[in-house]
Design a protein around this ligand. Structure first.
Ligand SMILES: [Zn+2]
Length: 334
């Protein structure tokens, strides 16, 4: 590996040649490839990460381009899956990085399959359910994870280290209220980069095996407020994830047949029995217009835009309730 490109990072006294070597041999998993995910991925690839696993279930739309910095208009026009476009652009930045990209919904089965040689997990999701799942898996397998959240002009970040810090669940009652979503109240780029700067700082410390402060950092880049507080004493002994008798409750929920996308008027529906070939045949028989690329098929049905991925996974736009999605899919394929 050519080290010249890392010379300024090696000169930085807290990393040095030894730290750089460590970074070059580590493996990071980034969950989500939206605003946070694209910044994190680019930052880690430029820093010299050895291997990156990226996962996201979505495709690129024009409304993503304002803050999802790896993507281009061409990616949006071609409706490229986010991880596919991200991998292409990341390899343009550095072609000796090893990247595994998955167009998938993250559930327990995905994490259980892909987590075992991972050194750090970076949260780039937009929902609490996936974070609870990451938290359980991280504590079960003793892998550090870095939480990041952004909405409007606010940012929040914390790192959880199994065996060393209380977990995300212990902290949830203390978290500043951030239950708004970017899709309803918007988000600006500087808030994204505040979040990912904090996450990348902690990632570099973890990858080079350095001490991390047990604290949560949050603020508002628009107002100029910036706070942090320590959470090392916030562990609840009865916590089901990091307490005395962990049961990892979020790993017990079993397979879900569908899930709601965060605040975007979109429902994800899954039915593995519906293959791409079946779908194309069905659309042709019913003379429904569609667009497709090698990853997905997009069509309209009863005023809803529906995008089908391999493996029987559908994103149905213009719906908020899973029951409406099931009804619509029953009308189509029932
Ligand atoms: Zn806990």
């Amino acid at each position: 590996m050519n080290q010249e490109r890392y010379s300024r990072q090696i000169l930085f006294k807290h990393i040095g040649a030894e730290g750089q070597q460590q970074i070059n041999h580590k493996h990071a998993l980034i969950i989500g490839m939206g605003a946070l995910g694209t910044h994190l991925a680019e930052g880690l690839v430029r820093a010299g990460i050895g291997k990156l696993t990226i996962v996201d279930r979505d495709y690129i739309e024009f409304s993503n381009l304002q803050r999802q910095t790896l993507f281009t208009e061409q990616d949006a026009l071609k409706m490229m899956p986010k991880v596919v476009a991200a991998k292409t652009h990341l390899m343009d930045i550095r072609n000796d990085v090893d990247i595994d990209a998955y167009i998938e919904h993250v559930d327990y089965y995905f994490l259980d399959t892909h987590i075992h040689d991972v050194d750090v997990i970076l949260d780039a999701t937009d929902n609490f359910e996936t974070r609870q799942l990451i938290n359980d898996v991280a504590y079960k397998y003793h892998i550090p994870w870095i939480y990041g959240g952004v909405v409007q002009s606010t940012y929040i970040e914390a790192t959880f280290i199994p065996g060393q810090t209380p977990c995300f669940n212990c902290l949830v009652p203390q978290l500043p209220v951030l239950n708004l979503t970017c899709d309803t109240v918007g988000v600006i780029q500087p808030a994204v980069t505040m979040t990912t700067s904090l996450q990348l700082r902690d990632a570099l410390k973890i990858l080079t095996q350095q001490q991390i402060d047990t604290k949560i950092t949050y603020g508002d880049i628009w107002d100029g407020t910036h706070h942090s507080f320590g959470f090392s004493r916030m562990q609840r002994p009865t916590c089901q994830t990091c307490g005395e008798n962990p049961s990892f409750p979020y790993l017990q929920t079993g397979e879900q047949s569908y899930a709601t996308l965060c605040g975007r008027d979109t429902v994800q529906y899954e039915n593995k029995a519906i293959t791409h070939d079946m779908l194309i045949q069905f659309l042709n028989e019913h003379q429904l217009n569609y667009r497709s690329n090698q990853y997905m098929v997009m069509f309209e049905f009863k005023g809803h835009r529906i995008v089908a991925f391999e493996g029987g996974r559908f994103l149905i736009h213009g719906l908020n309730r899973v029951t409406d999605a099931t009804h619509l899919m029953n009308l189509l394929f029932g």
